[in-house]
Design a protein around this ligand. Structure first.
Ligand code: HEM
Length: 394
């Protein structure tokens, strides 16, 4: 099947820090476009940019396999859900999903999530100004995951570093491997202890989870815990940054949310539609096929740009605008189909509670005019790199 029948984009264009213009052009001209890389990529790779294309791919796991997600990282991550297909994925996901149900998570809201973000706010409240991404927001979700796993809070900086190193391990295998091994050494005695005696924490939930007499083995437990950190912290903190930037830069929105906190869930959903932090997901094509009428050959890699699908003008009018009044329609910021984000109830809770507490504890919050206006940036992962703010000293 000819793979040159679709227009192509260079890797540099595709990896640009501000890709929305490119994605808009692709949606309007060609929903499936080849990334031209001068032969550097291990396989031909295509970008899927539209709502219809993304939906088709994510809802057909037989034609579009997730095994590509295990290729680069499997050597140091161990078995991870993201890279599994079919029955193996279904049974492993079922074992873990119990621990992530909204009803299970409710217990963490007041005992863990609110106290953690409150303490982080209080640590800067006396200063009157801060760069929130580095000093506060990036520290929040990783502390929550550590707390859920009953890991002492003083060790959370190590987990933040491991999460970053595992994330970078896609490009630097040595770094990913070292972080994965260090995590295993740290976690091994904890996992053993929770096997012996069940506690009220996530590691206990995972090691004791049982469906049809089956449990996760040690390698699977470590693989899952390694995935949890980057999956749970990197995406969530960026999403909180984008939501706060939307609040502080959309005319009238800060005043409105200070009057009426019940709009926070809508702010969270519109952020996840407007500029979701996890921009794209990957698949590999298992048989020659058509996506929205465009041919893609077996063996090709796909980058399904969920962030672009969420701005598809055919589904969301005025899609570039952050608009709380738009008719409520589901977005695919958390993906779709069998791999749809397992942590979405937790991510939503952290975003809502995190914003609520920051707005309450940092009085008269505004963007600091002494710094360039912040913007959401990034290709695969998006969020404001910096968020310099002013507030009243406590
Ligand atoms: C705003 C924050 C988040 C975003 C935008 C996000 C996005 C996504 C997306 C798009 C997928 C699907 C990947 C695919 O189809 O290949 C996914 C999967 C996953 N996410 Fe999230 N995620 C977020 C937060 C979290 C959190 C807080 C956790 C857990 C602590 C988490 C755990 C997972 C796991 C375990 C999977 C794999 C599910 C599977 O393969 O069956 N995520 N996420």
């Amino acid at each position: 099947m000819a793979d040159h029948s679709t227009p192509s984009q260079s890797v540099a264009e595709f990896d640009a820090e501000q890709p929305h213009d490119l994605w808009r052009t692709l949606r309007g001209t060609c929903p499936v476009s080849r990334v031209s890389d001068g032969g550097a990529m291990v396989r031909p790779t295509y970008i899927v940019s539209t709502w219809a294309g993304a939906k088709q791919v994510l809802l057909d796991p037989e034609t579009f396999s997730s095994s590509i997600n295990a290729e680069g990282t499997a050597r140091f991550m161990g078995p991870v859900l993201l890279g599994m297909d079919g029955e193996r994925h279904r049974s492993r996901r079922q074992l873990i999903s119990h621990a992530f149900r909204a009803s299970q998570l409710a217990r963490w809201e007041e005992t863990l999530i609110r106290p953690i973000i409150t303490a982080l706010c209080d640590s800067i409240a006396h200063r009157g100004s801060a760069e929130l991404m580095e000093e506060l927001i990036s520290r929040f979700p990783v502390q929550v995951i550590c707390g859920m796993c009953a890991i002492p809070s003083q060790d959370s900086p190590r987990f933040l570093q491991w999460a970053k190193d595992i994330h970078r391990g896609m490009r630097d295998e040595g770094m990913g491997r070292a972080a994965a091994e260090a995590m295993r050494i740290y976690l091994e005695p904890l996992v053993e202890a929770r096997r012996r005696e069940r506690g009220d924490d996530l590691i206990s939930d995972i090691v004791h989870a049982e469906v049809d007499g089956e449990r996760l083995d040690d390698e699977e437990v470590f693989g899952f815990l390694r995935l949890l950190l980057p999956a749970g912290s990197e995406s969530t903190y960026r999403a909180i940054g984008s939501a706060l930037l939307a609040i502080l830069s959309t005319p009238g929105l800060y005043a409105r949310v200070m009057q009426d906190r019940s709009i926070l869930p809508s702010i969270v959903e519109e952020t996840l539609r407007w500029d979701v932090s996890n921009s794209m997901v990957s698949r590999v094509v298992t048989r020659d096929t058509l996506i929205e009428g465009c041919p893609v050959p077996a063996g090709a890699g796909l980058r399904v740009v969920t962030n672009s699908a969420n701005r598809d003008e055919k589904r969301f009018a005025q899609s570039d605008t952050f608009d709380l009044e738009r008719p409520a329609k589901p977005h695919i910021g958390f993906g779709l189909g069998p791999h749809q984000c397992l942590g979405q109830p937790l991510a939503r809770m952290e975003m809502r509670v995190g914003l609520d507490v920051m707005l309450a504890r940092l009085n008269n919050l505004s963007l600091d005019p002494a710094h360039p206006s912040p913007v959401v940036a990034g290709a695969s992962f998006r969020g404001p790199p910096k968020l310099h703010v002013l507030f009243e000293k406590a």
